[in-house]
Write a protein of this length. Structure first.
Length: 136
């Protein structure tokens, strides 16, 4: 008997969850929702590296300079601050990026190569790289 009641309750909850959606009035208005979860694509030629939860995403980036030539780092890790530093002395260095800040480097002005960079989270070094060499 108990098993039947549990199954009936589970079925009712499942039916309610699957049957949920916009109200009939909302469907008749045919309006876009006030907020969406979609994001805008970056402008042409830009690839984005997100800094979140103490890591780069993607950490190892292969770019085709015919398609992407600018790398934009975005700090999406509140409340932490980061600074992007090239491991090639003086090649590029960002200001301190607070959450929401971005930093860009135009790799089309640099020779095709592997560029290593890092940031720090406390005493821990977080590495990343951009490989702009042509496909092999």
């Amino acid at each position: 008997m108990r098993r039947i009641m549990v199954m009936a309750l589970t079925s009712a909850l499942l039916a309610a969850a699957c049957g949920s959606g916009p109200s009939e009035a909302a469907l008749l208005r045919d309006e876009q929702p006030a907020t969406t979860t979609t994001t805008e694509a970056p402008p042409e030629g830009i690839v984005i590296v997100s800094i979140d939860n103490g890591r780069f995403s993607p950490a190892n980036l292969d770019i085709d300079l015919n398609e992407f030539w600018i790398v934009r780092w975005e700090n999406n890790d509140p409340p932490r601050e980061y600074q992007i530093i090239s491991r090639d002395a003086g090649l590029f260095e960002s200001p301190v990026l607070v959450p929401g800040d971005t930093f860009e480097v135009d790799f089309s002005a640099l020779p095709e190569d592997i560029y290593r960079y890092n940031t720090f989270l406390g005493q821990q070094r977080i590495p990343g790289l951009v490989d702009s060499r042509p496909p092999r």
